[in-house]
Write a protein of this length. Structure first.
Length: 256
């Protein structure tokens, strides 16, 4: 029994090396964080967020967070939790649950033999991201660069490339990928330093940085008018988080 436990601990330690933290780099307007989803505190730059923490933005508010070298632009009226923040022998692992709202994400590509695991879950879909830039509201997906295998909870799939848009489909019908713009150049590389990542995070927090929120809504209205948007579930309040559904679909995303 002792040998079995020792072997288990060795394997577990080899897989999960240590927990990691996310750091808020910039804040606009009213942004709050919580460790339990009930008691909220004002968020400030350099605030550390741990596994299980929540972040919530109010009207005309936003925050930029760096987690495991990747950058998350948390848009207005968004609530999400950090379900996983870890460094493993295989690479960094980050998992978010998007209760409501929108995020813009730039994922740092994997370096050497590491595999960067980055997931954004919602009630309708899960985005598993590698070295990709996306705008995502849990239902509508705009891929700025990279390649996406987009699969909804009914098992239907489409491939979405850089510069293309798709929708998970509320009623099970996937929207075929639609080319809506020229693919963007990757913002981060596998060799990006911490200073370079912080520089991009600072740019994303500025008013001059391109905001894909209107793009995402416009494409949703044009190409998927009957499906609605996951972000239209209602305003996010600071005291009552929306219910979390276990019914999810999957998006597998990888760099070109």
């Amino acid at each position: 029994m002792r040998k079995f436990m020792l072997a288990f601990l060795l394997v577990f330690t080899a897989v999960i090396l240590f927990a990691d933290d996310a750091v808020i780099k910039s804040v606009k307007g009213k942004v709050e964080y919580s460790s339990d989803g009930q008691t909220w505190f004002p968020a400030e730059p350099n605030q550390v967020l741990k596994k299980g923490d929540y972040i919530s933005t109010s009207f005309k508010s936003s925050a930029v967070v760096v987690a495991n070298g990747s950058i998350i632009n948390v848009k207005a009226l968004t609530r999400m939790t950090f379900d996983e923040l870890a460094k493993t022998s295989g690479g960094p692992q980050t998992e978010l649950y998007l209760v409501s709202g929108k995020v813009q994400v730039e994922i740092k590509p994997s370096a050497n033999e590491e595999i960067t695991t980055f997931k954004v879950k919602s009630a309708m879909a899960t985005a598993s991201v590698r070295g990709t830039g996306i705008e995502y509201d849990g239902e509508n997906l705009l891929v700025n660069h990279g390649k996406v295998d987009f699969t909804n909870s009914f098992g239907r799939s489409v491939t979405v490339n850089g510069g293309e848009f798709s929708n998970a489909g509320k009623w099970g019908t996937m929207l075929p990928s639609v080319r809506v713009k020229k693919p963007a150049k990757p913002v981060l590389s596998a060799d990006s330093t911490n200073d370079e990542i912080d520089g991009v995070a600072e740019e994303m927090g500025s008013s001059s940085y391109p905001d894909g929120t209107n793009e995402l809504l416009a494409y949703s209205s044009t190409f998927a008018p009957d499906t609605g948007s996951a972000s239209k579930l209602g305003d996010v309040t600071q005291s009552s988080p929306a219910p979390i559904s276990a019914d999810v679909s999957t998006v597998f995303i990888s760099a070109n």
